[in-house]
Design a binder for this molecule. Sequence first.
Ligand code: IPM
Ligand code: MG
Length: 362
Amino acid sequence: MTKNYRVTLLPGDGIGPEIMAVAVDVLNIVGKKFDINFEFQEALIGGAAIDATGEPLPSATLDTCRNSDAVLLAAIGGYKWDSLPNHQRPEAGLLGLRAGLGLFANLRPAQILPQLIDASTLKKEVVEGVDIMVVRELTGGIYFGKPRGIFETETGERRGVNTMVYSESEIERIGRVAFEAARKRRGKLCSVDKSNVLDVSQLWRECITKLGKEYPDVELTHLYVDNAAMQLLRAPKQFDTIVTGNLFGDILSDAAAMLTGSIGMLPSASLGATGAGVFEPVHGSAPDIAGQDKANPLAQVLSAAMMLRYAFNEKAAADCLENAVLDVLQRGYRTGDIMSPGMDLVGCRAMSAALINSLGGI
Ligand code: IPM
Ligand code: MG
């Protein structure tokens, strides 16, 4: 029997529409192979939504997402909207989507593919075999804490304020996701905080340590965030699963991404306790190359694979998409961001054609 999934597509800005088109094409092909029908509906977010409606996250978009089985997002943002106040910027649309759908858990896998070892800026022996899962808390911390804003003091000077805040229950629920993820991987969890300075991090460490008692099979360690950043570059293979707050996770997941050669390769899943998850590349909208057929669509395709795996439990279809990505790399196709000598430089459309070709053969 054909399965039917309602997927909201949020192409967003910059290279977003180009890479989304690739993901839709390959999903349709994989769907045919595995008897899956995707009911796609497109909605506006980010700069595209600001231009059309004046708001980065129109309520119609949130409604559409809530009424779907999963959301596939490409990227948001661009120079054009950079001077707007924070709450009107494209980024506010993304943050509103995360908050609106209750997506507190962000999974960002950083795995080095053998085909791309030469694309990493680090030495081969340092990055070979790297396989890290960053579990980032996504709806709390300094991104959402109050008070926030730019306030005028009595002297007329302005003060900018943000507040890093975590409650015990917020720490526990992201901790559980991370311990469960570690259990399914190599059984190691590193919690990253700044508990030598921040009170909020002291509570974080206390709660994660307490939770760890329920997971005696998972080896729990703790690192301060500065040391974690250093260790990620020095000896990344020591990491299996990392759990951390919103801001530290934002920063460390970019660093982890670069170990693999290019942020253009990395997918992510944002999940809540129930309801539709959002699947999106870790990279941004790359406005400098938008519309030039230069974008790497592979992180978007891998995000679609994560959607198949995590939202729909369609393991075979997810494997098929991931294998197609490995196959095009094996055949030497490279977009500019992952190019290395002797490989075949292609644009976004040619990469798409190569993927489609691989899918025919897998
Ligand atoms: C990310 C991005 C976002 C974030 C921006 C675009 C708001 O950097 O998903 O990592 O900071 O969370
Ligand atoms: Mg980021």
